[in-house]
Design a binder for this molecule. Sequence first.
Ligand SMILES: Nc1nc2c(ncn2[C@@H]2O[C@H](COP(=O)(O)OP(=O)(O)OP(=O)(O)O)[C@@H](O)[C@H]2O)c(=O)[nH]1
Ligand SMILES: [Mg+2]
Length: 406
Amino acid sequence: MEKAILIAASNSFTEFQWNEFKELVTTAGAEEVVRVVQDRSKPDPAYFIGYGKAQLLAELVRDTGAGLVIAIQELSPVQIRNLENLTSVRVIDRTALILDIFAQRALTKEGKIQVELAQLNYLLPRISGVSGYSRTGGGIGNRGPGETKLELDRRRIRDKIADLRRELAEIEKNRSIQRKQREKNEIPTIALIGYTNSGKSTLFNRLTEAAVPANNRLFDTLDPIARKITLDNKSYIILDTVGFVSDLPHQLVAAFKSTLEETVRSSLLLHVMDCSNPNLEEQFQAVQQVIKELKIENTPIINVLNKVDRLESEHLLSRLVKEWSAVAISAQSGFGIEVLIDLMMEELTPKVKTCQLLIPYRDAGLLDLLHQKSRILFKEYAADGIRITAEIEPQIYSKCEPFIQV
Ligand SMILES: Nc1nc2c(ncn2[C@@H]2O[C@H](COP(=O)(O)OP(=O)(O)OP(=O)(O)O)[C@@H](O)[C@H]2O)c(=O)[nH]1
Ligand SMILES: [Mg+2]
């Protein structure tokens, strides 16, 4: 574990934000030794936490043997350079930290390209005009494109970005062909979404019996993983996705668009929540935020309270279930999975609608269809047409729509 000093130029970060940040630091392979917070209305443009505090920081680096300084806020190239010169250790910000974790985790070709693209996009404005700005050696904040690439000039980075985009477009084209195929076959997609480390991949494994590794690390799943499953003799595609986190760097939101694009087209979302986490509420809000950004608020969603095996009391469990109108499960032990599957089936089964129709006599042919595919509750031959109240099957709903009376 590399020793890291965490810094902030504001007092306004909540405990949740610090905890999340600390977890990101741990996930990247470092541990917090000291925290330096300087409450300023605005970060110092030259030294972020101000020159005085920066000198203290340099002392702390020497005393603790820390090899890294990580800011919870975004740092400018100038701030990074000045702090690095003063402390003689690497200085990175939250975005670089998350990018680094992603670089360590990406498995598929697509995931690797997406991360490299995000890193180069992050780097691009940061190398311009900063002469002699280069970093050598590995370590947190330096993984990914590699040191030689850091020394490329802007134009060559731009070329590389263009190359990667082309490559990615090719991969995405293939993926969209596969998706079209699935849509043609009308296979509905179920997407597992939720805060990072909530247990999505474990549940995914449960539901597919596939061997996707589940690990107690943030962002373990970076690449979209789709599998076909059969429930009640019907096929579905189930999709495991990258974990959400609050304030995901925008470079990454863009980079992972294709992962999320699949989510956007889903018929059903399972929002997996870790009910043993004290920050459940904040995590829920963070996910809610992403749901809004993706404009998928209208997709049916089931709240899944996972890790109930960790809860101490039945009482707490029933309170949480009520509070979140959720289904309680343990993806690990299998508890509640049957109930969840029943609920999923209910949500996925298209619903019969009761409607009142007025069918003009010239369209009386529709009556045959209604007799076959719906349950007729009321029928009257009126002057202007046939008045019908019926429970209509989803597959003929569009044909009936023009005649529905509101
Ligand atoms: N006690 C308990 N632990 C669980 C349960 N489900 C998952 N876990 C553990 O929680 C950790 C995270 O699980 P994952 O399935 O990797 O979580 P994830 O949501 O896919 O995480 P990311 O892909 O990183 O976003 C692992 O250590 C799992 O073993 C559960 O029902 N009970
Ligand atoms: Mg996962």
